[in-house]
Ligand binder design. Structure first.
Ligand SMILES: [Fe+2]
Length: 441
């Protein structure tokens, strides 16, 4: 996000971002009936009506109470919507606001926030500096919208979402090298200057990396089907010990939502539609353990988070880190598949206009990419504005994902943005690409 310095332009930008997020929330919640809003579609997810009121509750807490100094509107509901008090699986048993009340609460909060925004000065401290906390709340809603989209993907029943297919792959796909070389040396990782960056992306720091090769594009369904056909799921040598244990326990044999269609054809279910798996599309709905096993099968490895960010941002001509692979301007539609414009990733090697200096494509958008790295703080990390945003998740339990997916709004898709999840998670819109260290000559 390019953030305006002028207060009135900043107000307009914030209002536009909040409105965009709310339109998406409405689309995801108005498209299903009351029963579907209240129902839990998977123990992995909250009922959609929980997300709706939770988004409003966080907006009330941070904008109306923390910034505006207002009294709580309904203090009795705060504990219901505290994500740390109730795991997702338990949320349907709570006395949640019914859909009409949840919608009323959300629009009530939003009306008051837009009033407050007219008067806020952005000069009273770090919380409002350059609109940070407003940006945090717009990002929070968009993150929940992506989670709600994953709930839609898990939901049974007739399709309720629709979008055109992405454009076919560009003509140069067959001429592209399979991998690109990223030169060794120092680069700046993370950010200190991005106004709406969250605590875990900070501060900017210099990392020295040896050279490495990275796949030009994310691993495709066709390539992944090759791993399955070669009995990759049955060969223990390809899996980490924890991965093998999980593969057996969970009975993994293919990506989530895939099924055998006969005659060796794979089918998949996508937002209620069953269709042949498109071979050229990046593979999705694989867990970290599957990505790790595939990479070993291919004689490669997952890139580290630092390698991913260097391949995405490092400009070898100037030596500086760009905001995005293509430069410093916010994402344009011909540079990345973001924001749920489509309901699927574009074919691998699409978006030549969004390529990084390394030549790698689709680093931003299409599918989240698993990296080899655990979710850890950068040197000099300071929790802000609350420990539960990132700090409580640091450690070996979570793996880092980068780059956002077709389901991610540009507001949460900086090149420095870090997502994290358990290595067993498959309902998220995650794929991966692989890397290798050059052979010593
Ligand atoms: Fe949340």
């Amino acid at each position: 996000m390019t953030i305006a310095a002028n207060a009135s332009t900043l107000r307009d930008e914030i209002a536009a971002r909040l409105i965009t997020a709310r339109e998406r929330t409405r689309g995801l919640t108005d498209s299903v009936d009351e029963t579907d809003l209240i129902r839990q579609h998977s123990p992995l997810m909250s009922p959609l009506v929980w997300d709706l009121a939770h988004v409003a509750n966080q907006e009330e807490l941070w904008l109306l109470r923390s910034v505006g100094g207002r009294e709580p509107m309904h203090p009795e509901i705060d504990p219901l919507y505290d994500a740390f008090e109730h795991p997702r699986a338990k949320r349907p048993t709570l006395p949640l606001l019914p859909p009409a009340e949840a919608r009323g609460y959300a629009s009530d909060v939003r009306g008051r926030v837009l009033d407050l925004l007219e008067r806020v000065s952005f000069t009273t401290g770090p919380l409002v500096d350059r609109g940070f906390v407003f940006g945090m709340i717009a990002q929070h809603e968009q993150q929940h919208d992506e989670t709600m989209l994953a709930t839609h993907q898990l939901r049974d029943g007739r399709p309720v979402l629709a979008a055109p297919p992405p454009r076919p792959a560009p003509a140069d796909v067959l001429r592209l090298p399979a991998e690109v070389l990223v030169p060794g040396g120092r680069f700046t990782m993370g950010t200190t200057s991005e106004p709406w960056a969250l605590d875990n992306e900070r501060p900017a720091h210099v990392i020295d990396l040896p050279p490495f090769y990275l796949d030009t594009a994310p691993v495709t369904n066709a390539a992944y089907a090759g791993f399955i056909a070669d009995d990759g799921y049955l060969d223990q040598r390809l899996w980490s010990p924890a991965g093998w244990q999980h593969r057996q326990k969970a009975g993994l044999t293919a990506p989530l939502f895939w099924e055998q269609g006969g005659a060796g054809q794979w089918l998949r279910r996508r937002f209620g539609v069953t269709e042949p798996v498109p071979p050229a599309e990046p593979v999705m709905h694989v867990c970290w353990y599957e990505a790790d096993a595939y990479a070993r099968w291919a004689g490669r490895r997952l890139p580290t988070e630092a390698e991913w960010e260097k391949a995405t941002r490092y400009d070898p001509v100037t030596g500086r880190s760009r905001r995005y692979p293509w430069g410093d301007a916010d994402p344009a539609p011909d540079q990345a598949n973001l924001g749920q414009r489509y309901l699927q990733p574009a074919p691998a090697s699409s978006y030549p206009d969004g390529a990084a200096p390394s030549g790698a494509r689709q680093l931003i958008g299409d599918v989240w990419e698993w990296t080899a790295s655990d979710f850890l703080p950068y040197p000099g990390f300071v929790a802000y504005p609350y420990k539960e945003y990132s700090e409580v998740f640091f450690g070996p339990d979570y793996k880092v994902l980068r780059g956002g997916a077709f389901s991610t709004d540009p507001i949460v898709c900086r090149s420095t943005f870090r997502n994290w999840d358990y290595p067993i998670r498959r309902q998220i819109f995650a794929g991966f690409r692989t890397a290798r260290t050059p052979d010593l000559a």
